[in-house]
Design a protein around this ligand. Structure first.
Ligand SMILES: [Zn+2]
Length: 65
């Protein structure tokens, strides 16, 4: 029983490991790290350019926890 999906970072097709509790979204650790790194950079850009403020980000994130 093998499941395949598309990596959220590099869009490559990969085989999902079924013995993990967390849903696997990335084909390898490097992709997961790069994904979060890009996310952080993008958020920093939005804050620096005044498109979003950190208070808003925190409020939205806190809602989901
Ligand atoms: Zn990948």
């Amino acid at each position: 029983m093998k499941k395949r999906r598309i990596c959220s970072f590099c869009n490559q097709n990969f085989e999902v490991k079924i013995n993990t509790k967390i849903e696997q979204k990335f084909c390898k650790d490097q992709c997961r790290n790069d994904f979060h790194s890009y996310g952080r950079k993008y958020v920093s850009m939005l804050i620096e350019t005044g498109q979003i403020d950190f208070t808003t980000i925190k409020q939205e994130v806190d809602k989901t926890i």
